[in-house]
Design a protein around this ligand. Structure first.
Ligand SMILES: [Zn+2]
Length: 193
């Protein structure tokens, strides 16, 4: 029996069908049949595999259940990963500490370099768009569940948008930060317009 990785099989389908909006059933049918053919086993959850590839930035989500693989997009995303040299510079600038909680490796936390403006919103791999976060805040940023972290993050994003004169992003951040103010949430974190 041949070793076939399920995720690789989903990737194989999309790679063979570039630049086309593809609905779930088409992918699912193909990978299910191919997996059975190559391994004799049942591919349990192709939907999950597709969603995971979209989260990783390999696929573009067009609409609910519709995905596209664009080689240019994948390539461009990879270009927006920070280089080791950039990571070192960002760490140094941030004093080797998480910019949210101030903890460092001596406190036993692992530090990550995060895109302030996410790659999904066109965030680039520049020193200016990078920030040092601990694992916890890196995780929280992805979820925005903790309002305090969210507010600090949106202030940083607001400042960046202002610097870039990105009106659309500025408007978005302003609206969110106004909701914080209106509801008097995390008033100790001051947003300077
Ligand atoms: Zn932190």
């Amino acid at each position: 029996m041949q070793e076939v990785n399920q995720m690789e099989l989903v990737k194989e389908f999309f790679t063979n069908n570039p630049n086309r909006n593809i609905e779930h059933p088409e992918v699912v049918d193909w990978v299910t049949i191919e997996y059975k053919k190559r391994t004799g086993q049942v591919f349990r959850d192709p939907d999950r595999g597709i969603r995971k590839l979209a989260q990783e930035g390999f696929l573009i989500k067009i609409s609910k259940g519709v995905y596209k693989y664009s080689p240019d997009f994948v390539h461009k995303r990879e270009l927006e990963d920070f280089s080791d040299k950039q990571k070192k510079e960002i760490l140094k600038r941030d004093g080797y500490r998480c910019v949210i909680c101030g903890r460092d490796e001596k406190d036993g936390v692992e530090l990550h370099i995060d895109h302030i403006k996410p790659k999904d919103f066109g965030g680039e791999a520049t020193i200016e768009n990078g920030q040092t976060l601990c694992s916890q805040h890196n995780f929280l940023k992805k979820n925005f569940k903790q309002t305090e972290t969210g507010k600090k993050m949106f202030i940083r994003l607001y400042d960046l948008a202002k610097k870039e004169n990105n009106k659309e992003l500025l408007k978005f951040c302003t609206q969110i930060l106004e909701v914080y103010e209106k509801n008097n949430i995390n008033g100790h974190i001051v947003w300077k317009r």
